[in-house]
Design a protein around this ligand. Structure first.
Ligand code: TSX
Ligand code: MN
Length: 604
């Protein structure tokens, strides 16, 4: 099924000449194709059938034990000028990078089938969507891409149509070209290279997740962010959730968090019982990536470029995320989870069943560590979530009322605050981060800043990225309000002060009421913070003084924090916009002013 688009055929031919596959298969996305691939993978052990009585249509894939996560030090952004990739990326000269990785690709598909996967990121009829083609030798990648993207014939038709239009304008067809091979899975011969100026991705030596499913982190974030900058939109590492109040009005919120803050849990939140009774509903649009652009009315409209969830399995349970658990009872691909004696999927944090076989296929033995790999995953169609919103298919996208940044901050940072304006909000996003918890990453309790949760995903210089964010603040814009939340503040006893999970809706309620001008707040040097009476916490069993502590703004502590933010901004050099530094200075001065009377009182 070669394409009607000459440029696409030529590239596929060039790749086949380089990689030497035995066969080339153009993916049409049909059920017949999916069934045949699945049968083939079950026959050769790439997939293992799970208990079909309890989990119909579910399979398990075990990746190579050295290939279980994204590899940041081998993830490169290859721009002509090193400065354009910025200190936030690993860089290689594009010519040198092509030469290095093409040598690895040479002949690597001998004896294998080369799959050509046309895909669309976002609803197939949306002007915000963008297309790509991934070439891969991994049928597991094909199966995952079929769930995570709009893959097959309709995407190819859009690519051909847009390509012809581009040629008619005298421009080049603008689909993203992704080339992937699992190679020999040798960690020493593994690269994930991005060529944003060529709309090209080349990934070699990994079959795992974001390294191999090129539509996700590689296209929708790294290449996407670069495209977004040149075209005037935003490609962000954000969930999108709709909050419907008892009046039937739905506000859409986009939120960015560093890893291990429960993004998927927030995207699928179930309201507390009292809220459910009153008629509150939460709708899931997306759990990981958000593309948004200004509409004709000046508001930002967002789509989820993905069609599925590639979620972390451990911790997913009835108690933390009932909607996710319900989603993955059928037609789900599990990767690196454990299985029970009766062949059901199992992971740490699942309060039902017990592991019999670990993620590597060994009889479970606690001495070998966790039964499921901590980064084990489920791949499932978004439509299987009970909270799935039909608006996820809307070509226009959904209007965003609020942007929420957050992080895991055991101290200092209040439960929620609102930035005073857009520029302040951009600084809040730039300064966000988490204190490390996992001993595996080295020091525990160290603050790692992760601006807009895009540190591993921004395909260009962070300084230019901040400037791009600031550029949305212009005449006629009706931008969302920007907030910061922290579900993870702890009391002196080391215990979490906020119950989190479903009760986070109380915070989201304040946020959307602020957007509608319906909720009160106190102005502080760090922004608007709710007073205790501004939050609805009736019936919530908080410990004595917990709310007071959750909403406290420690001026001395913040003065030190804002000074540290200044040093962080300096680390990106001259590309960091002066406007952002000015914002940081403004807050530092405001904190100093507020502190002054106390200091004088102490001195006298
Ligand atoms: O996902 C989380 N969210 C967002 C939910 C919508 N988690 C899990 C984080 C790891 C991925 C949370 N953990 C949240 C949260 O809001 N809050 C916490 C901290 C916490 C943990 C346990 C309790 C309370 C807070 N337990 C009890 O209060 C009994
Ligand atoms: Mn993510």
């Amino acid at each position: 099924m070669p394409s009607r688009l000459e440029a696409l055929n030529r590239w596929v031919d060039d790749v086949a000449r380089l990689t030497q596959p035995d066969r080339v298969h153009w993916c049409d996305g049909s059920d017949a194709e999916a069934n045949a691939l699945r049968a083939q993978m079950l026959a050769n052990g790439t997939l293992i059938e799970l208990n079909q009585d309890t989990h119909p249509g579910c399979t398990l894939h075990r990746s190579h034990p050295s290939d279980v996560a994204r590899v940041e030090h081998l993830t490169l952004v290859c721009t002509k000028h090193e400065e354009d990739a910025g200190p936030n990326n690993h860089w290689m000269d594009p010519a040198a990078a092509h030469e290095k990785i093409d040598a690895l690709f040479a002949g690597c598909m001998k004896g294998r089938t080369m799959y050509v996967i046309p895909y669309c990121m976002g609803p197939i009829d949306s002007p915000i969507s963008r297309c790509g083609v991934e070439i891969t030798d991994s049928p597991y990648v094909v199966a995952n891409m079929r769930v995570m993207t709009r893959m097959g014939a309709p995407a190819l038709a859009r690519i051909e149509c847009e390509g012809s239009e581009a040629l008619a304008r005298g421009a080049q067809p603008a689909f993203v070209k992704g080339l992937h091979s699992i190679g020999e899975l040798d960690p020493e011969r593994r690269f994930i290279m991005h060529f944003p100026e060529e709309l090209t991705i080349k990934s070699y030596g990994s079959g795992y997740g974001g390294n191999a499913l090129l539509g996700k982190k590689c296209h929708a974030l790294r290449i996407g962010s670069f495209q977004a900058k040149s075209e005037g939109w935003l490609a962000e590492h954000m969930l999108i959730v709709g909050i419907e109040n008892p009046q039937g009005e739905t506000h859409y919120v986009a939120a960015a968090f560093p890893s291990a803050c429960g993004k998927t849990n927030l995207a699928m939140l179930i309201p507390p019982e009292g809220y459910r009774e009153k008629g509150w509903k939460v709708w899931t649009i997306g759990d990981d990536i958000c593309w948004m652009r200004p509409g004709a009315d000046g508001r930002l409209y967002a789509i989820n470029p993905e069609a599925g969830f590639f979620g972390v399995a451990p911790g997913t349970d009835k108690s933390t995320n009932p909607n996710a658990l319900a989603s993955i009872q059928h037609d789900t691909i599990f990767t690196n989870v454990a299985v029970t004696a009766d062949n059901q999927p199992w992971w740490e944090g699942l309060h039902e069943g017990a592991p019999a076989t670990d993620w590597q296929g060994r009889p479970y033995d606690a001495k070998n560590g966790p039964a499921a790999h901590p980064n084990s995953r489920f791949t499932v169609s978004a439509k299987q979530a009970p909270s799935w919103s039909p608006k996820a298919e809307d070509a226009q996208g959904v209007p965003i009322s609020a942007i929420v940044f957050g992080g895991r901050r055991p101290s200092l940072v209040p439960l929620v605050f609102e930035a005073r304006d857009w520029a302040h909000g951009v600084l809040v996003g730039a300064a966000m981060g988490s204190e490390t918890t996992a001993a595996a990453t080295g020091a525990v309790g160290v603050l790692r800043r992760d601006s807009m949760a895009m540190k591993p995903f921004c395909g260009y210089n962070y300084g230019d990225y901040f400037a791009h964010w600031l550029s949305f603040d212009k005449a006629g814009a009706k931008l969302p309000k920007i907030f910061h939340v922290n579900w993870f503040r702890k009391g002196a006893d080391g215990k979490f002060l906020w119950p989190g999970f479903g009760d986070n809706l109380r915070v989201l309620e304040w946020i959307i009421d602020r957007c509608d001008g319906k909720a009160g707040a106190q102005e502080t040097p760090i922004g608007f913070v709710p007073r205790e009476s501004d939050l609805h916490v009736e019936g919530l069993a908080l410990r004595d003084g917990a709310l007071d502590e959750l909403l406290d703004v420690d001026l001395d502590g913040w003065a030190a924090e804002v000074e540290d933010i200044g040093r962080y901004l300096d680390s990106f050099g001259t590309r960091t916009p002066e406007r952002l530094r000015a914002e940081q200075r403004r807050i530092a001065e405001s904190l100093a002013r507020e502190n002054e009377p106390q200091r004088r009182a102490v001195a006298s």
